[in-house]
Design a protein around this ligand. Structure first.
Ligand SMILES: *Cc1c(COP(=O)(O)O)cnc(C)c1O
Length: 456
């Protein structure tokens, strides 16, 4: 066909089939998409596209509608995390509990007493909605909440050690994925890094030797995402707390993930709890909201009342504070911890971490034939044993026995890409020449089956 045989924009827009498309996307967007499709077809015809089949108004409309659907899809729409990493930072970490979602939704749609004391009819404090719960759950004197744990560390360091030294062991100068590198955070906080000891061994005398008049804080950092093994020595928090106390310098313990409960009661390995870190004598403890705690992104600082008051007076606190939506979700999440017996049913993160292996295996057996049918005879699908990770730097060496589906055959990268392009993307991992879908985090089995049916 020739360029002049293409339908006009108005012919496409007035076609009766255009009505539902106009209704869905609006006249402006549809007109633009139709123009873009026509321009593209014209270019191809001019470039010698004799092979181009006749393009009717309906064809152009279908192409334009396809474009609009694709561009209208949210890049933050839900997906299936079958990577085997439960708290996957790139996939948004913790999933919120139903109570937390309801609380957040309520706060989104309605006025709430964010900084208002309903009883007294006057001004209230934003942090008060969660302060009491944090004290109850951690045993600390006081608490404050900010945007994330990186912000908590930044704010605490800036408050305690601006233009002063911050002592940290060389074995704890961590990088947590990309932009969180302890030396950089210190520099941004205005603190001078005083590194002591060696990568594998740091002793009490190293801390004592570095203490002096210009030291603002001793920092202890949980080495979340790695372990130093072999000939090692570190000064444990209780001893360090004694050293800090003798010198009159506050001890800040950055727990990272931390946990509000002893995870061993749910069959998991123990992580240090926040309550223990407080009891061990740290003056301040910082931890994340969306790691093992299972809430929204947030950073908590708990500890000595005078230090929390100083932090709250720091103008930086205002820039790092959290909004009403997250505060509502945090409050609802923390309340679940009052009943540890039912926590594993209510907190999705814990439910996934503690999910019984037999249940995952049974799900894999149910889904193997469904996946086999969806991927076609070019691939072989089998149920396999695999190892899940907790993720987000919690317990890096302790994997969880899990089960999943292993796909083998040639063209696995293409298959993985096709699964990622589904309306609800399926994200697995390629391991030892197989595409592995770890089912530990699959909660919506019916939705997964429906999604697989759209794989062509
Ligand atoms: C994860 C982590 C952080 C950063 O916490 P975010 O909530 O991701 O900002 C800081 N310190 C440690 C030890 C961590 O594990």
């Amino acid at each position: 066909m020739l360029p002049r045989d293409l339908p006009s924009t108005s012919a496409v827009l007035t076609d009766p089939a255009a009505l539902p498309v106009l209704d869905r996307h609006g006249r402006n967007a549809v007109t633009e998409a139709v123009r873009a499709v026509l321009a593209d077809l014209r270019t191809r015809l001019v470039a010698g596209g004799q092979s181009l089949e006749a393009a009717t108004a309906r064809d152009v409309l279908a192409l334009a509608a396809g474009k609009l659907e694709a561009s209208g899809r949210s890049s933050l729409a839900p997906l299936f995390n079958l990577t085997g990493t439960v708290l996957h930072t790139n996939l948004g970490r913790a999933l919120l509990a139903e109570d937390a979602i309801a609380a957040a939704t309520g706060a989104m749609a309605n006025p709430v007493a964010l900084e208002y004391d309903v009883e007294a009819g006057g001004r209230g404090e934003r942090d008060d909605h969660v302060r009491g719960l944090l004290l109850e759950l951690t045993g600390a004197e006081d608490a404050t909440v900010v945007n994330n744990n990186a912000a908590a560390v930044l704010l605490a360091l800036n408050t305690l050690a601006k233009d002063r030294g911050a002592i940290v062991s060389r074995g704890e100068l961590i990088e947590i994925g990309g932009a969180f590198r302890m030396p950089d955070i210190m520099a941004q906080a205005g603190a001078r890094l005083v590194e002591i000891g060696t990568t594998n061994r740091t002793h009490a005398k190293d801390y004592r030797a570095a203490l002096g008049a210009d030291i603002g804080v001793i920092l202890k950092v949980h080495t979340s995402n790695y372990r130093i093994q072999g000939f090692t020595a570190e000064v444990e928090a209780p001893e360090l707390a004694g050293i800090a106390k003798d010198a009159g310098v506050p001890l800040l313990n950055d727990l990272g993930s931390g946990s509000l409960v002893d995870l061993s009661r749910y069959g998991l390995k123990r992580e240090p709890t926040v309550r223990e870190a407080v009891a061990e004598g740290a003056d301040l403890v910082t931890f994340s909201g969306d790691k093992l705690l299972g809430g929204p992104q947030a950073g908590f600082i708990v500890g000595r009342r005078d230090l929390i008051a100083a932090i709250n007076r720091n103008p930086m606190k205002r820039a790092l504070r959290v909004d009403k939506i997250r505060l509502a979700a945090i409050e609802a999440t923390l309340k679940l911890y009052r009943d540890p017996d039912r926590l594993a049913q209510r907190l999705p993160t814990l439910a996934m971490l503690a999910r019984p292996l037999a249940e995952i295996e049974a799900q894999a057996a149910r889904l193997a034939p469904v996946l086999a049918k969806a991927v076609g005879s070019a691939f072989t699908v089998s149920v396999c044993a695999c190892q899940s990770q907790i993720g987000s730097g919690a317990l890096p060496l302790d994997t969880l026995r899990s089960a999943g589906l292993a796909v083998s055959g040639s063209g696995l990268n293409d298959l993985a890409a096709a699964l990622r392009r589904l309306p609800r993307p399926v994200i697995g991992r390629i391991e030892e020449g197989r595409l592995l879908l770890d089912l530990r985090c699959l909660r919506d089995e019916a939705g997964f089956i429906a999604t697989l049916e759209t794989l062509s």
